[in-house]
Design a protein around this ligand. Structure first.
Ligand code: NDP
Ligand code: GDR
Length: 345
């Protein structure tokens, strides 16, 4: 009998990669999507798994407790990966209540459903380096104190502690993966790396003049999403439930990533100016290609993230392999291809 797993948020970046991984491992996968006027399956289509016979797409909203209970009862899954969230930090400042309901309380709905339906079900909570926020130590590890800086970070911290509380109170195998930023050609275009690679592709093809960004000084630890979902799976196969950091232990600024992405498209940049007046021009033609627009600044910023995944390496045998240069190149090439083909995602 194949194992059965539930993935909430299969229409997202990680949901698509995790579904692919579990199907390759022979699982029967139930993947949830939200009812919208136009459902968005482009990621699982691009991975070629949308019509896989072992993949079942289920309509579901994480904020509905009774739906969560019925979902576990009807599917009979033994592993639940809670990837669904309002995951965009910037939007969480504009929609703090919705973010809290989905990203915070949503996780509790699933934990309660597990408690009611079957406490043997293993649970993965998609926690985040945003919980470290205004960082209290460098690099960040599992024991680093938290200091979230956005409604998203606060909601995720609630879900993180609830997962630990249900582990300790009811013996539920609940794991919390504190994942640092992970990117891929399947990343949403509102996130900074994909916004950059998509814009570089458009500039290269003459479809866009200038890329506008917010805080160029923010530093992030960026890894490749496909490798991070493997870490999620490993957490649920471990001997005991625990909390793990997945990261690369390398940090770069947004500015560095911009330079890298243009280089991947054979465009060298020259930077000048500071803060709101900073620009980057094409070193050959002098044309301005990047400028700052303060509308992309956040009310409170997370300035520096860098994670040490030593515990995951030791206990799970997990480690990142793809370098940031390789990841950036892969994303730029995918976006050039898509823009040439007229794709809109
Ligand atoms: P995405 O934003 O790409 O995907 C989020 C998913 O959640 C989408 O499928 C979305 O559906 C779904 N969703 C949103 N609201 C609801 C709801 N009310 N009910 C059910 N489903 C809902 O995120 P990622 O794939 O990048 O990330 C996966 C998880 O990991 C998220 O929880 C994120 O916060 C967390 N995380 C991500 C990191 C990263 O760097 N990518 C790092 C650390 C944590 P729809 O398509 O309909 O919007
Ligand atoms: P983040 O990712 O907030 O780290 O959350 P994002 O890519 O949105 O921002 C990274 C950094 O870049 C700065 N930035 C910009 N960001 C966006 N989106 N757009 C811009 O134009 C821009 N200019 C500068 C931001 O200020 C920030 O400092 C992601 C999400 O996937 C979360 O769900 C996840 O938990 C964390 O990563 C780890």
């Amino acid at each position: 009998m194949s194992k059965k797993a539930l993935i909430t948020g299969i229409t997202g970046q990680d949901g698509a990669y995790l579904a692919q991984l579990l199907l390759e491992k022979g699982y029967t996968v139930y993947g949830t999507y939200r009812r919208t006027s136009s459902v968005n399956f482009w990621r699982i289509e691009e991975l070629g798994i949308a019509s896989h016979p072992s993949l079942h797409l289920v309509e579901y909203d994480l904020t509905d407790l009774s739906a969560s209970i019925r979902l576990l009862q009807t599917t009979g899954v033994t592993e639940v990966y809670n990837l669904a969230a309002q995951s965009f930090v910037g939007v969480s400042f504009e929609q703090p209540l919705t973010t809290t309901e989905i990203t915070g309380i949503g996780a509790l709905n699933l934990l309660e459903a597990i408690r009611i339906v079957n406490t043997e079900i293993r649970f993965y909570q998609a926690s985040t380096s945003e919980m470290f926020g205004k960082v209290q130590a460098v690099p960040q590890v599992e024991s680093t104190p938290f200091y979230p800086r956005s409604p998203y970070g606060v909601a995720k911290l609630y879900a993180h502690w609830m997962s630990i509380n249900y582990r300790e109170s009811y013996g539920i195998f609940a794991c919390s993966g504190i994942l640092f930023n992970h990117e891929s050609p399947l990343r949403g275009r509102e996130f900074v790396t994909r916004k950059i690679t998509d814009s570089v592709a458009k500039i290269k093809l003459g479809k866009l003049d200038v890329l506008e960004l917010g805080n160029m000084d923010a530093k992030r630890d960026w890894g490749f999403a496909k490798e991070y979902v493997e870490g999620m799976w490993r957490m649920l196969q471990a001997d005991k439930p625990d909390t793990f950091v997945l990261a690369t232990n390398r940090t770069e600024t947004v500015r560095d990533f911009v330079t890298m992405a243009f280089k991947a498209a054979d465009i060298q940049l020259a930077w000048s100016g500071e803060a709101e007046n900073e620009i980057a021009s094409c070193a050959r033609t002098g044309k301005v290609l990047v400028r700052v627009n303060p509308k992309f600044y956040r009310p409170a910023e997370v300035e520096l993230l860098i994670g040490d995944p030593a515990k995951a390496r030791q206990v799970l045998g997990w480690e990142p392999k793809t370098t940031l240069e390789e990841l950036c190149q892969m994303m730029v090439e995918a976006d050039v291809r898509r823009n040439q083909n007229g794709a809109s995602f």
